[in-house]
Design a protein around this ligand. Structure first.
Ligand SMILES: NC(=O)C1=CN([C@@H]2O[C@H](COP(=O)(O)OP(=O)(O)OC[C@H]3O[C@@H](n4cnc5c(N)ncnc54)[C@H](O)[C@@H]3O)[C@@H](O)[C@H]2O)C=CC1
Ligand SMILES: CCCCCC(=O)/C=C/C=C\C=C\C=C\[C@@H](O)[C@@H](O)CCCC(=O)O
Length: 152
């Protein structure tokens, strides 16, 4: 929020872009990453709450969220040995049958695309070495429906 104060146009800044890094672990109920997944869900919710209008109109700051799937960085090294809930090994094993650990260039390509094309409040998925997918509509539909329930 300190960066926002420096960047915001309505307080003398130049606007800009903030990209928050969530994860597929923030989208999926992974039994092997409950704490990490919880923190990544929080990153996504923080971004969507911050990006809600009139934030962009007032500040000129785009807030965008990237949700990468497993990507070949140091963070993924020895993941199997760091799983605390051993009953979740079954889920991690079945996941590794259908999901690959993507290359860093794939995640970088996703970042470049969303920097060029991403609207304020947009959410993007980059996984399995596939082209980046925009999730904004699905995420906002889900959040808007839940919000309606809180008001009913
Ligand atoms: N690698 C993966 O599979 C995925 C990673 N992510 C997220 O991407 C982001 C970057 O992770 P990676 O590049 O994969 O990990 P990494 O371990 O390669 O890099 C993390 C970097 O953060 C720095 N760092 C750690 N604690 C810090 C602190 N308190 N203050 C400042 N810098 C600190 C480390 O020195 C390191 O350079 C993280 O938020 C991670 O959760 C999201 C989805 C998948
Ligand atoms: C410390 C947490 C890193 C989490 C990275 C992330 O944000 C999302 C990961 C999502 C799913 C990961 C699935 C991994 C499944 C298997 O392929 C696993 O067996 C790979 C283990 C690799 C290793 O070096 O141990």
């Amino acid at each position: 929020m300190k960066a926002v104060r420096h960047m915001r146009k309505d307080e003398g800044g130049e606007g800009g872009t903030i990209v928050n890094i969530s994860s597929t672990a923030g989208l999926c109920k992974y039994t092997f990453l409950p704490i990490y997944g919880g923190s990544k869900g929080a990153v996504l919710h923080f971004s969507q709450s911050l990006a809600r209008e009139p934030f962009y109109d007032n500040t000129g700051i785009r807030v965008i969220t990237l949700c990468p799937g497993p990507t070949a960085t140091k963070l993924m090294e020895g993941l199997d040995n760091r799983i605390v809930e051993t009953s979740s090994m079954k889920q991690i094993q079945s996941l590794s049958d259908v999901q690959i650990i993507q290359s860093i260039p794939s995640a970088v390509a996703a970042m470049m695309k969303l920097l060029k094309e991403g609207d304020n409040g947009s959410v993007w998925l980059s996984a399995n070495d596939k082209p980046v997918v925009e999730l904004t509509e699905k995420i906002n539909k889900h959040l808007d429906e839940l919000e309606k329930l809180t008001l009913a």
